[in-house]
Design a protein around this ligand. Structure first.
Ligand code: 5GP
Length: 367
């Protein structure tokens, strides 16, 4: 039995070390990056934060808000081809191009057929191919097939967590490898299967391997606060994919509900009567795409030989997503001034980390 006994870390196990820097203010840093790729011949200017292709976050509404800030969105695959084509047509008129959008695909024949219908319109050729287990030969074969069909497409494929598989996927036609198994906020893969790898260590190894063969990585899952996104870029991620941080907003999909709570406060009505104070709170549903709930919603029920690998949560409603995006970008800019990185791309070479046991003082709560 082989045990890999080098330490495996998550974002919560590290903090960035500040460095003396010549950057006087956040306005001196540049979060926009020109992305060029191994296979695709296009150049895309943007900040590599990608809305996850989950039903709740890979929505047309989130896509519009992401693009306003030059951020990316991987549209979920539960829209029909005509819906996607109509959206892409309108989006191109609004933003001038669809370069910040990915269309998503699984690896079945039906997925390929739908992908062909969408990509052959010429409206988009950024393709996100993902399966829960990126070690399956179906993924590699599908990547080869898509690369052969569209030599200039931008292909992101995953998910895996080891350098060897990143190299293989890139050498077989992927431009970007999506990394992460089990770090997601509504993922239960690790509980159910015992499989996974702490995301910070995954990003470090996979970025090194991918960059070594001319590819890139997208760190998928596990970011809970803007600081985690900063750590991910510093660890070498070219793109960072977010689900939970973008869920629960106006532009996210998911059922809304209202709940009434007793606050514990007592208000005097008159000298002899008092009333318990009540508070109304709104919630929005967010769920894992492999949860039993998602299987029921999108695939007509959980198959007999499959178990649920995701959960359903109700998030306190957070209003429009725009301010959340600005706070993430603000966090990145500030991080860059702390570590002396003028460009997004410079973050890994400017970064060094402390291993920590505790990073937050929670005496007055977790906020
Ligand atoms: P988050 O940003 O919420 O931590 O993670 C988002 C990522 O979690 C998604 O991009 C996707 O890779 C992963 N994910 C989404 N739903 C599920 C699920 O039901 N099971 C598993 N294992 N992963 C999921």
């Amino acid at each position: 039995m082989r045990i890999h006994d080098d330490i495996q870390l998550d974002y919560c196990d590290v903090l960035l070390r500040p460095k003396r820097s010549t950057l006087a203010s956040r306005s001196q840093v540049e979060v926009l990056r020109n992305y060029t790729f191994k296979w695709s011949n296009k150049t895309i200017k943007g900040t590599g934060i990608v809305a996850a292709n989950m039903y709740t976050t890979g929505t047309f509404e989130i896509a519009r808000e992401m693009q306003k800030e030059s951020l990316f969105c991987a549209l979920h695959k539960h829209y029909s081809a005509p819906e996607i084509i109509q959206f892409l047509t309108e989006n191109k008129k609004q933003f001038g191009s669809n370069d910040l959008l990915f269309v998503s695909s699984g690896v079945s024949d039906a997925d390929y057929e739908k992908l062909t219908t969408v990509v052959n319109t010429g409206l988009v050729d950024n393709i996100c191919i993902d399966v829960a287990n990126g070690y399956s030969p179906y993924l590699m074969n599908f990547v080869r097939k898509v690369r052969a069909a569209w030599p200039n497409a931008l292909i992101m494929a995953g998910n895996v967590v080891t350098g060897d598989m990143c190299e293989d996927l890139i050498l077989n036609g992927a431009d970007i490898v999506k990394v992460g198994i089990g770090p997601g906020s509504v993922c239960t893969t690790r509980k159910l299967t015992g499989v996974g790898r702490p995301q910070f260590s995954t990003v470090i190894e996979c970025a090194d391997s991918a960059h070594g063969v001319g590819g890139m990585i997208c760190a998928d899952g596990g970011c809970t606060v803007p600081g985690d996104v900063c750590k991910s870029f510093c660890a070498g991620a070219d793109f960072v994919m977010l689900g939970g941080m973008l869920a629960g907003h106006e532009e996210s999909a998911g059922e809304m509900s209202t709940k009434i709570f007793q606050t514990g406060e007592v208000n005097m009505v008159d000298d002899t009567h008092c009333a318990m104070a009540l508070e109304e709170k709104q919630y929005k549903k967010f769920y894992g795409m492999s949860s039993a709930y998602a299987q029921e919603q999108h695939y007509g029920g959980l198959k007999k030989y499959c178990a649920s690998e995701g959960k359903v949560v109700e998030l306190p409603f957070r209003g429009p997503v725009g301010p959340t995006l600005l706070s993430i970008l603000g966090g990145i800019r500030s991080c860059m001034t702390y570590i002396g990185a003028k460009r997004l791309k410079d973050m890994p070479k400017c970064a060094s980390f402390y291993r920590v046991n505790r990073q937050l003082n929670t005496i007055f709560g977790n906020e």
